[in-house]
Design a protein around this ligand. Structure first.
Ligand code: AMP
Length: 588
């Protein structure tokens, strides 16, 4: 695709919407129209009015539209029309393929396509991971017209020879940005390459980062571009959001987040994470420090998700830890904070996230954790919102202690006032016990000991870790090259591409962030399976699909022998070998 080849149509034109075409104007088969009528669809939505004619003409198309715009019908109706028009029905191999990022979305889309195609008897099947493959194999064997698949399961079925793409005439990438963010790019490329050159390709995405343009350029032919412009917030009604960024090494983001949330004490917050594995890990860490946090992700069934959201709404939990996909469409009036555990790569996604707070004249808070490699994403956000996001220091252990003391003081005061007011005659014997201690010790010392006892064990293990200070590099920088902070080279894990420290060797581990691997998992695996102790293990760098770990040179062979070339991380086998050289970091 070349930019000027893309016809662009901005469809957010109210006049067009009011006087736009009817479904009857769109040259759709009466059997399809009847279904739309039964569903109560009166007129095509803007995205449908724009996209359907081009798709019926056989053009490739890029649609920028979020959920809720009617995009599913925009790609499904022309696909079904073409299915209906083709000679020879009852083919056993699929005619249409729709790729969606999550099981949840695959199910939703297949439901929608099935309902739109009911009148023409379209056979629609959803296939996704995390479900037994047997029934999916059976359905494919019996023959389906449209397959809605998550990329991983599609690849699996293709490799088993169960999903044949030779007959695909229309392929759709739904929520393409999410699929790329979830690390599916290679799977998508493989799938697209396996479809016939003559197929029609359609790409829908809520945002249009450069990676999506590149994907489209590679796989779409002279596409039409259809865009639903973002809702514009009228002057004066712009949400009031206090935005703060915290610079922190990636390996310390979750620990830093725990501290920030402990100080901020949000009453209702969404914590956005990039992947489902991050959602689980972050939820675990936050719950571990006594915060009321619950996970919300696409792997949960609808009923469970609704329950979790309700718990936030009615104050039984304070934090929802979610992926963008899972939180899409969520509108929670009470929301006080939006927290970005990772900087969204698309500035529009950031604006979209923080638009959830600061409604109805209330002040909202947006907190963003920024690892050095993501500083450039923060700069892009600042360019889009037209102002800089102030950087605050990550709370130190001292800050936390001060805040906790302050809280204890408030609670004690409340208890003292309540005790004064009550005419309880020491039924529980606490007063008598304290008085007897008072004979032995100074009353202030007794009170201080009581407070210490009550607080014992309330500190989270992360509080013992020093979170290194990272300063924001100047505009245009790639991020601080050496995020090791003032303490020097020991202890910061998860960053850096410098050569290994003298006397150490770097090992390559074939699993990374995409598999949910965290530095502590690698420390655990190595310390369990070899004679190394956690303290011998040096810097650990977690990349998307691999990790690098520094070990003492003299111990490397021993480690590799003990592991016999492999270990188990997050329940999966990962190969471990000497790193064959160091490449520049590629943060995804
Ligand atoms: P989608 O963006 O595809 O997830 O669709 C959002 C919702 O709008 C779904 O509940 C659809 O059933 C509904 N919808 C889609 N197109 C129309 C239309 N033309 N008129 C009324 N509702 C629609």
């Amino acid at each position: 695709m070349t930019d000027d080849a893309a016809d662009e149509a901005d469809t957010n034109d109210e006049a067009a919407e009011a006087s736009g075409p009817t479904f009857g104007d769109l040259n759709l088969e009466p059997k399809l129209l009847r279904v739309l009528d039964e569903l109560g669809y009166e007129r095509p939505s803007p995205i449908q009015a724009e996209a359907i004619p081009s798709l019926l003409d056989g053009r490739d198309l890029i649609g920028q539209a979020a959920t809720g715009t009617g995009k599913t019908a925009a790609f499904a109706l022309p696909m079904l029309q073409r299915l209906h028009d083709r000679p020879g029905t009852g083919e056993r191999i699929p005619f249409g393929l729709i790729l969606a990022p999550t099981r949840e979305l695959a199910m939703q889309v297949s439901e929608a396509v099935r309902s739109y195609g009911a009148g023409i008897g379209a056979r629609v099947l959803a296939v996704y991971g995390g479900a037994p493959i047997g029934p999916q194999l059976g359905s494919l064997k019996r023959g389906v017209d449209v397959v809605v698949a998550t990329p991983g399961r599609a690849i699996d079925l293709i490799n088993r020879g169960a999903l044949t793409l030779d007959g695909i005439e229309v392929v759709v990438l739904d929520e393409a940005d999410e699929m790329l963010d979830m690390g599916f790019v290679e799977d998508i490329e493989t799938i697209l390459q396996a479809t016939p050159d003559t197929r029609q390709a359609v790409l829908f995405s809520a945002t249009m980062p450069r990676r999506i343009e590149l994907l489209a350029r590679e796989h779409l032919t002279n596409p039409v571009m259809v865009r639903i412009a973002r809702e514009v917030v009228p002057e004066g009604e712009a949400p009031r959001v206090r935005q703060t960024a915290y610079m922190v090494p990636r390996s310390h983001t979750t620990a830093a987040l725990g501290r920030i949330l402990e100080l901020e004490r949000p009453t209702a917050a969404i914590v956005f994470c990039r992947t489902r594995a991050d959602v689980d890990a972050v939820t675990e860490t936050l719950t571990g420090r006594g915060l009321r946090a619950e996970a919300l992700h696409g792997g949960m069934d609808q009923e469970h998700r609704t329950r979790v959201v309700e718990r936030l709404r009615n104050g039984r939990t304070d934090l929802l830890v979610a992926t963008d996909v899972a939180a899409r469409g969520l509108d929670i009036e009470q929301l006080s904070h939006v927290v970005n555990h990772d900087v969204p790569k698309s500035p529009e996604a950031y604006v979209h996230r923080i638009g959830r707070v600061g409604r109805a004249g209330r002040e909202g808070v947006a907190v963003t954790l920024v690892p050095p490699a993501s500083v450039r994403h923060l700069r892009n956000i600042e360019r889009l919102i037209g102002k800089s996001v102030p950087v605050a220091p990550v709370p130190t252990v001292k800050d936390l202690n001060a805040a906790r003391l302050e809280r204890t003081r408030t609670e004690l005061r409340e208890q003292l006032v309540a005790d004064l007011r009550s005419d309880d005659d020491d039924a529980d014997g606490v007063l008598a016990m304290v008085q007897s201690l008072g004979n032995e010790f100074d009353a202030t010392a007794v009170a201080a000991a009581a407070v210490r006892l009550a607080r014992a064990g309330s500190a989270a293990p992360e509080d013992e870790i020093d979170i290194p200070v990272v300063s924001a590099p100047r505009e245009g920088g790639r991020g601080s090259r050496d995020p090791r902070g003032p303490r020097g080279g020991d202890g910061v894990r998860g960053q850096g591409t410098r050569p290994p420290k003298a006397g150490t060797t770097r090992l390559f581990v074939s699993a990374g962030r995409a598999a949910g691997v965290r530095p502590q998992d690698i420390v655990g695996a190595l310390a369990n399976e070899s004679r190394l102790s956690g303290r011998d293990i040096g810097a650990i760098t977690i990349h998307e699909r691999h990790a690098l770990v520094e070990v003492p040179e003299h111990a490397a062979d021993d480690v590799l022998r003990s592991l016999r070339g492999a270990t188990t991380l997050k329940g999966r086998k990962a190969n471990v070998r000497r790193d064959r050289g160091f490449a520049p970091a590629r943060e995804h």
